[in-house]
Design a protein around this ligand. Structure first.
Ligand code: NAD
Ligand code: UD1
Length: 337
């Protein structure tokens, strides 16, 4: 049984590929390296001691995707490929819709033509928009995401639901990630943002290692426990275990399922800084600045549906997340380069 991992050279995809290889799946990665390089996959092969097929190409190239599906006798597709920078999506909406929505349409057409009908899609908690009541469960109506990136995730979810309505032999999992952070325990693969990081944890890691001078905290007047934004950070290794559980589930029952992948715990920006200072032994200088446009005060999951349906639960706590992020950052101060 071969699993196609689109975007498998990226941050989450590379952790997924490692986990699949360790579980004895055969894996083929399709990645256009627009936000990655083949170094991550080389390291994944070194850690696992197993070979992973790597195809350099684009999910929007339907003929290539069909060729890969047939040649490697693919049974399941884990679909991570896409663009993910919120700010950039506001500047370049066409590129985001073209890649994230158009790319998924093209991938599904190829799968349909070849008869591969099991798909796990990387969605995001951003589809809920601004929710008042925490924690967020899957019955919470999807909201109005504040940017093209978020809207592209919502559009793809709707398209995939329609696909299952039209043909009930598809099996699709829509996984709504909360805030993935951390790195593989080896410290050999991890998140390697290009340029200045947008997200909190990679930013703090770069301050701690001395690449950046201080953290700007976006707002300290939110109605939260300490005035700073609260999120549900989830270790990337727990996240990939959630995918394995979802793959198993959809192989047993066709249809479409939606699951939150989060821990159910909310952590504030100040709490994250404190955890990082404790683990790294470094001071994290910070300044309070205005709120970031489009940010919500709080966002954390009710993950109980994933626990009851998939028998999956996040096991790693905030100390594990920070320890593994720091280990990766210290061993690779400049990422993969
Ligand atoms: P990433 O940018 O590290 O990985 C995405 C990979 O897809 C990259 O290797 C990139 O080169 C590749 N890619 C992009 N467009 C492609 C295309 N058209 N054809 C082939 N390859 C292409 O991102 P990530 O953090 O690993 O995220 C993976 C998925 O999870 C994305 O769909 C993202 O939107 C989603 N997601 C991520 C987060 C997060 O915080 N990281 C949160 C929620 C959802
Ligand atoms: C961001 C994305 C969201 C995506 C999610 C996935 C934005 C606006 N939203 O959400 O679409 O689904 O990542 O992980 O980018 N913070 C600071 N200073 C910083 C960076 C962040 O104070 O330099 C704060 C933020 O205000 C927020 C918290 O840290 O309260 C987490 O921010 P971030 O890591 O960017 O994640 P999200 O805002 O949840």
């Amino acid at each position: 049984m071969t699993v196609l991992v689109t975007g498998g050279a990226g941050y989450i995809g590379s952790h997924m590929v490692l986990s699949l290889l360790e579980k004895n799946f055969d894996v083929v990665v399709l990645d256009n390296f627009s936000n990655s390089s083949n170094t991550s996959i080389r390291r994944v092969s070194e850690i696992s001691g197993r070979r992973c097929e790597l195809v350099a190409g684009d999910i929007r190239d339907k003929e290539l995707v069909k060729k890969v599906l047939m040649e490697y006798e693919v049974s399941d597709v884990l679909h991570f490929a896409g663009l993910k920078a919120v700010g950039e999506s506001v500047e370049k909406p066409i590129e985001y819709y073209e890649n994230n929505v158009g790319g998924t349409l093209s991938l599904c057409e190829a799968m349909k033509e070849v008869g591969v009908k099991r798909l796990v899609f990387s969605s995001s908690a951003t589809v809920y928009g601004d929710v008042e009541k925490m924690p967020i469960d899957e019955d919470t109506p999807t909201g109005n995401p504040s940017n093209p990136y978020g809207r592209s995730k919502l559009m793809v979810e709707e398209i995939l639901k329609d696909l299952v309505i039209s043909d009930s032999s598809w099996s699709i999992a829509l996984l709504r990630y909360f805030n993935p952070v951390g790195a593989h325990v080896s410290g050999r693969i991890g998140e390697d943002p290009q340029g200045i990081p947008n997200n909190l944890v990679p930013y703090i890691a770069q301050v701690a290692v001395g690449r950046l001078d201080f953290l700007s905290i976006y707002g300290h007047d939110y109605p939260t426990k300490d005035g700073t934004g609260v999120r549900d950070y989830i270790h990337v290794s727990d996240l990939v275990e959630g995918h394995l559980a979802a793959m198993k589930k959809i192989s047993e029952s066709p249809g479409v399922g939606v699951w939150n992948l989060g821990t159910g715990r909310g952590v504030s920006v100040l709490e994250m800084i404190k955890a990082f200072e404790k683990t790294s032994g470094r001071k994290i200088p910070y300044r309070f600045v205005n709120r970031r446009k489009g940010d919500v005060a709080e966002c954390w999951a009710n993950p109980s549906k994933a626990e009851s349906d998939l028998s999956w639960k996040a096991k790693r706590n905030i100390c594990d997340m920070v320890k593994d992020t720091w280990n990766w950052q210290v061993k690779n101060p400049n990422g993969y380069s």
